[in-house]
Design a protein around this ligand. Structure first.
Ligand SMILES: C[S@@+](CC[C@H](N)C(=O)[O-])C[C@H]1O[C@@H](n2cnc3c(N)ncnc32)[C@H](O)[C@@H]1O
Length: 225
């Protein structure tokens, strides 16, 4: 068996631990050091694409739409958001870890077709939560995949993102009819209720990890009404 090669390490802000990028042939993995596990694997990305396809379905063909993707990871959701939106749209991608942006400028970037090179992309280096502080209606879609589900995994501070207060701030950052889409490795009915309490109309979709097979993931689709 060909061993994995460690390509890089990065400290996650706010004592989040260490993020590691490894490669085995054309397969890349981003994982958290120790027992915390894998955050992303390049072989398994169909549900990351579905996050953008489902979260941007309502703005297909719309001129000058604005989408926020948090975070970058391996760029699959970003690439799918660019594909799902018009040429006049803008896609902001928020990424907490500077090295993840650098890794995407290297060989890792090939996995999703180098979406960072697209002129429509604006990179925000920092916590995606910072972009909800203005509480101004700015985005038509917010696509969130920063943890493995609606609880802090990459860093403990991310727990706050899924609180009612934060979900209400995200709602304020959306235009009327805008959609908040959240990727999760599991389905949690309590979180659906939390979204409803925050003022969203909510649907969930089950999507497969790998071309119609593999693990079942959940996409929460929360519309601002
Ligand atoms: C699971 S990966 C995203 C995978 C991505 N959907 C893709 O298609 O490759 C999670 C990413 O979110 C970043 N991240 C974690 N917490 C964040 C936060 N609060 N703000 C911005 N980015 C964050 C991580 O560093 C990591 O790059």
């Amino acid at each position: 068996m060909i061993p994995w090669t460690l390509l890089g390490t990065a400290n996650i802000p706010n004592n989040g631990g260490e993020l590691r990028l490894s490669q085995r042939e054309d397969n890349f993995s981003i994982h958290l050091k120790g027992v915390r596990g894998e955050l992303m694997n390049s072989r398994v990305h169909c549900s990351e694409l579905a996050l953008a396809e489902l979260g941007c379905a309502h703005i297909q063909g719309t001129e000058k739409s604005k989408v926020l993707v948090g975070g970058l990871g391996m760029g699959f959701t970003l690439a799918a958001a660019l594909k799902a939106t018009s040429k006049s749209s803008q896609v902001v991608v928020a990424e907490l870890v500077p090295e993840v942006i650098e890794w995407n400028k290297g060989p890792l970037g090939e996995c999703a077709g180098r979406p960072l090179d697209d002129d429509r992309v604006l990179v925000h280096l920092g916590d995606v939560a910072e972009l909800f502080e203005t509480k101004q209606a700015t985005y038509d879609a917010v696509l969130l995949d920063v943890d493995n589900g609606p609880e802090g995994f990459t860093q403990a501070d991310n727990n706050n993102l899924y609180s009612i207060e934060s979900l209400q701030a995200i709602r304020q950052a959306l235009h009327p009819g805008g959609v908040l889409a959240i990727w999760s490795a599991w389905h949690d009915p309590t979180f659906t209720l939390q979204l409803k309490k925050s003022g969203f109309k909510v649907k969930t979709k089950t999507v497969r990890a790998h071309r119609g097979k593999g693990s079942r993931h959940t996409i929460y689709l929360a519309r601002k009404i």
